[in-house]
Design a protein around this ligand. Structure first.
Ligand code: MBD
Ligand code: FE
Length: 282
């Protein structure tokens, strides 16, 4: 198979790296000398403490150097950062909230997905594989008032665990959409149940996972960004009961409040779930 037809760590990693560079999130903090001094000094001290405590050898030092070089070559810094660090950043950023718990964004969000008015079906292939999933609910403020015309952005992997725009041969906006709720904040989205997701095993992050004897799995998940005027943007993930990796997500991004309740569909085949979001006023 050619590299054009096979998902590879370097292809998805480099796509995520390009996306990040274009995302507008790369604003410099270099003007804040004191803060950079504090954070960089602490990081370097933590690394030196490990070397001294664990008596790290030259072989280990050079293995790390080679591995760090490879992370860059595979474009896997976004993956590494989001899998092993973002959950703590998310915790700090949202611990003041009274409304909905959120979770990490991860490396595969794309802004400005096609907008549709709810009720709607997400973009998918005619022969999209999997179990149809009706995802519905209401968006409210912390005082209980419905947020009319709230926006629910949804993106997730397909039945094979691949994300459009990061794996080859998937239509551009497949399983990605931006849905406008009704006047009562209600949304109704027809999609397909995603599969559990294994982070790429053939790149530098996969090499670390194998070398350390870890596993590469994230439980099946829906990614969401929920927004309404005057309210804080909620970035979240929702999970499916019974998934083998809900308790040992490689990205440490599962919270009990984010577990869905899944029922058989009342119309047609597949399953359905209702999940209400509560946004904090700004
Ligand atoms: C994903 O789909 C994801 O959500 C995260 C956090 C990391 C890698 C792949
Ligand atoms: Fe994901």
């Amino acid at each position: 198979m050619s590299t054009e037809t096979t998902a590879s760590a370097a292809a998805s990693g480099n796509a995520a790296t390009d996306r990040f560079r274009q995302s507008g999130k790369t604003t410099s903090i270099a003007a804040d000398v004191e803060r950079v001094n504090l954070l960089a000094s602490k990081l370097i001290k933590a690394a030196n403490d490990i070397v001294l405590e664990e008596r790290v050898s030259y072989d280990e030092f050079n293995a790390l150097k080679a591995w760090l070089i490879q992370v860059g070559e595979d474009g896997e810094w976004p993956l590494f950062m989001d899998v092993w660090l973002e959950h703590s950043v998310e915790e700090v950023a949202t611990d003041h909230r009274e409304g909905n718990k959120g979770s990490i964004e991860g490396p595969y969000y794309i802004p400005e997905a096609p907008e549709k008015k709810s009720p709607a079906k997400i973009e998918m292939r005619d022969d999209e594989k999997g179990t149809p999933l009706l995802f519905q609910g209401q968006v409210r403020s912390t005082d209980g008032s419905p947020l009319s015309n709230a926006k629910v952005e949804l993106w997730h992997a397909d039945e094979d665990g691949f994300y459009s725009q990061f794996a080859p041969n998937i239509p551009e906006w497949n399983l990605r959409g931006s849905f406008i709720a009704d006047e009562e904040g209600n949304f109704h989205i027809d999609t397909m149940q995603p599969a559990p997701y294994q982070i790429p095993t053939d790149g530098a992050c996969g090499q670390l996972i194998a070398a350390a004897g870890w596993h590469a799995w994230r439980p099946a998940h829906l990614h969401l960004k929920v927004s309404a005027p005057g309210h804080e943007l909620l970035t979240a993930q929702l999970y499916f009961p019974g998934d083998a990796h809900n308790d040992d997500d490689i990205a440490t991004a599962v919270k009990p409040e984010l577990l869905l309740e899944i029922k058989p569909a009342t119309e047609g085949s597949g399953v359905q779930t209702t999940y209400d979001f509560v946004l904090d006023p700004e």
